[in-house]
Design a protein around this ligand. Sequence first.
Ligand SMILES: [Zn+2]
Ligand SMILES: [Zn+2]
Length: 391
Amino acid sequence: MATIREVDVQELTTAVMDQVIDLQRDIHSHPEIGFDTVRTAALVAENLRAVGIETREQIGKTGVVGDIEVSGSTRCIAFRADMDALPMDEETDLPHRSTIPGAAHMCGHDAHTSMLVGAATALAGIRDRLPCSIRFIFQPNEEALPGGAPAMIADGCLEGVDRIFGMHVWPQFDTGKIGIVEGPTMAQPDTFSIEITGQGGHAAVPHACIDPIVCGSQIISSAQHIVSRNIDPRSACVVTFTQFHGGSADNVIPEKIELRGTIRSFDTEVGESARRRLTEIVEGVATAHGCRAQVQITEGYPVTFNDPEACEEARRSISVEVPLSDEGTPVLGGEDFAYYGQKIPAAFLFLGNRDESQGIVHFCHHPRFQVDDQALPIGVRTWLALALGAG
Ligand SMILES: [Zn+2]
Ligand SMILES: [Zn+2]
């Protein structure tokens, strides 16, 4: 069994970097959305099979699972990458920018996929020296409900796996480091839509109307009390209204308005409490104004929880190769990696992806978000260090 010091991780990484860069450019310029990651999955499978990794396709619809089995070890750890792009246009000037209108890799999943393929290639070359079996999970549809992870899990991608790790390029801190946050790491991102119906009419005779705009304003104002008065101040929670639609003329009170927004929290009970209070407030305020209300809340991915022991393993294995950042903090974004963590111990890692000198400063989902080429070998080294330290 190899110890990490007997294997030159730097050398292994350097040997696969041309492949990683080529693949990242290729996937970046041919983005695929949702479950339609057919071309990307085929590229992944082709690369895994080329180095003798046992590969299964069409897992969770369009996912790919590769296995390096190590005889004599009963332990198996899994590494997960997501493959899907976002339904938006890219605004970078990169030579490998998206060639498909309305689709772009603005969340770095192209980097996640290519780094994990590179790591798998490197590990296949030293399979007889690995301390345990490694499973490589490539999933579609991370960006949209219901996520891609539940279908992958239903198709058995976690069977026989003891622990799982995921990684995301992260513009919150500089390239060169890995951030590990213990406990709740990403939030449960719920969305809501509220329809308020009053009685429309002439703006000059408000007494003959029931004004849904005034009612909607009161709802927004009262909902500010959820976080400030109902939620324990030691818990993080966000209730944000992001849309207020209504009306079509300066002299007409509309019949109906629509409010939309999001609730985010790191705790299941906090989220439940916020959702319940929002519904109560909307219905109560609407009744007080003589309006009718319809509230629809869509629950997002669960809270992504980083298991303390999985974090400890990650810190121990990775710190030999890559410096750890103390700038990683819990984020109120959502991530469907959470579903894996509900089944087995899991840790989701943040890969620094920020370099002001190159103008790489935009956050994920910005049309000028950019993967830092210098972050790619750091990500590969991180996977290799996790694999080699997993004994
Ligand atoms: Zn994203
Ligand atoms: Zn993402």
